[in-house]
Every structure is written in C-alpha cells, then in structure tokens.
Design a binder for this molecule. Structure first.
Ligand code: SIN
Length: 290
C-alpha cells in the first residue's frame, strides 16, 4: 500500500484521508474484494466508527463480494426495506431509477429502516450507473447534531421517545403506484407496525450520544401534543441540515460508500431528471442496534 502524506496516523493497513473535518473519509489504494486480512478488517470497522461514512473509488465487486464486504461489519440478512431485490443475491436491494419509470424518492433525510424495531447498523452502497450530473448523496452526522445542542435541551431530549413508521415516508405512495399496490401496502402495514425509539441513543462502539429522529420515518414524540412534537422535531431536523455537519459525495461508476446507519442520516438528491441511476445496496445489522 502506498503511504499518502494526507493519511490519518494510527492506521497501518489503510490510507485514510478525511473528507470533511466533521464527517467522512476516503480510503485510498484498497480493493474491497481483497480484505481477507483480519487486522485490515479491524481497521475498516474502526474507521467506520470514527469517520461515520467511508468512500472507496474504482471498486470491482461481484454481488457476492459486495455481500462479503457487508459481512465485515455485520449480518447482511437483517432488516431490509421494500426495494426490489437482486435476482441472484437476495441481500442486495436494487435502487434503480429509469427514464420514464419509477424514480426512487430517497430525497428526504433518513437513517435506513428506523421503522424497524432493530434497524440496520450500516449500509454498503455500490454505484453501477450514475447520471452525467446530479444524483449525489449527502450524509450528516447525528453525533455532531447532538454535540451542537445546549445542555438543557440535551437533558430534556434524553427523557423522550419517538414513534417511527414507514407510513410517514414515501413508501405508501410507491406501493399505491404498483398494479397490485393496495394488497402490498396492506401487507407492509401488517408486517411493519409503528415502533418507538429513544430520541437520544448512545453509539455502542464510540460511546458518543446521537440524535435518533429523522423526517422520513419519525412521526411524533411521545407524550407531547402534536404541535409541541412538530415544533421540537422541526428544530432537530433543521440542525441536521447544517452544511458543516455534512459530506456530499459526487458518485462515479463503481464507487462504494459504507455508512454507519446509527450515527448518520443521508439524503439522495433527486436532481437528475430522466437520467438512469442504478445502485446496489446492502444493509447490515446486529442482533441489537443499540
Ligand atoms: C438510500 O437511501 O439508502 C439510498 C441512497 C442513494 O440512492 O443514494
């Protein structure tokens, strides 16, 4: 591995370059297909916890190899969303926006699948076809958001829990656009009842506190009136929009982004009109996310 002047000290197997001061890093000179070495895997896990989202350019991965990469960090067969699955490797969700077809609406801040009782701890997203321009993804740090709040508000938030539901998101509209959508929607509702998560969580690997509500899936804060809940959530959601807590990735074909789904939110810019965009996503998890 070539050593770069910008590389972060303390990593002997990885050449890591911070992407912004607050979130994100690029890992250079590594093919994720060649990560059998346990010391290197340990550094990848440490880097993900430290930087919250990692970017790898020019990767060559088969669907099976992408699954093996996810397995470095967790179990690739835990919670999944409602995207179509890869025809050979079921742990891969296919995010495909076609000219004249469906454009997936992940253009809303969210952590993946927080409507599940045990959300994924992370995600491996691998770009296959990227628009000539547009379609960037942006991540923002939930630990930085927590750190930015005043001590009084932090203390109040620690006493609160919030209801998360997929019905709050764009998924119902997606189901209803399908030919057998009513039945699929009814089934999704029966299988995914609303869940409750604490508003502040502690990351089990870093010990850092983070704000765990997102506009896509969080419906309301328990014990508050609708008006109070909406106002408090709006304040928190606005904090996630601060550019200095964010990292914006301009995708190229065969870029891999791996993010910590506990410590970040993300947003896929839907600014690419009728251009084709195709990515393979694998969420991974543990028996308990927190
Ligand atoms: C996602 O929300 O997990 C997908 C993000 C993207 O399409 O860039």
């Amino acid at each position: 591995m070539s050593k770069r002047e910008t590389a972060v000290p303390g990593y002997t197997h990885l050449a890591i370059e911070p992407y912004t001061p607050n979130i994100g890093a690029v890992v250079h000179d590594l093919q994720l297909a060649n990560t059998a070495d346990e010391a290197l895997r340990e550094e990848l896990r440490r880097a993900l916890a430290e930087f919250q989202v990692l970017f790898f350019r020019k990767q060559q991965l088969t669907p099976e190899q992408q699954t093996a990469v996810a397995r470095i960090f967790g179990d690739p067969d835990k919670a999944k969303a409602f995207f179509p699955r890869h025809d050979r490797v079921a742990s891969i969700e296919v995010i495909e926006s076609k000219p004249g077809g469906h454009v997936y609406g992940t253009d809303q801040w969210h952590a993946d699948i927080t409507f599940s009782p045990n959300p994924p701890t992370g995600t491996v997203l691998y770009s296959q076809v990227i628009p000539a321009s547009g379609g960037d993804t942006v991540w923002t740090s939930a630990t930085r958001v927590y750190d930015s709040l005043s001590p009084g508000l932090r203390a109040e938030l620690e006493t609160l829990s919030a209801v998360h539901s997929f019905e709050h998101s764009g998924w119902p509209r997606f189901f209803l656009s399908l030919p057998n959508g009513e039945a699929l929607y009814r089934q999704a509702r029966a299988e995914n009842l609303p869940v409750v998560h604490p508003v502040v969580q502690t990351h089990p690997l870093t010990g850092k506190k983070l704000v765990y509500v997102n506009p896509n899936f969080t419906d309301r804060i328990q014990g508050l009136s609708r008006q109070e809940s909406d106002a408090l959530l709006a304040l928190l959601f606005q904090r996630f929009e601060r550019p200095e807590f964010q990292a914006r990735l301009r995708w190229e074909q065969h870029t891999v982004a791996i993010w910590d789904n506990r410590a970040t939110h993300h947003y896929a810019a839907k600014d690419y009109g009728s251009q084709y965009r195709l990515l393979h996503r694998i969420t991974f998890g543990e028996d308990r996310a927190f």
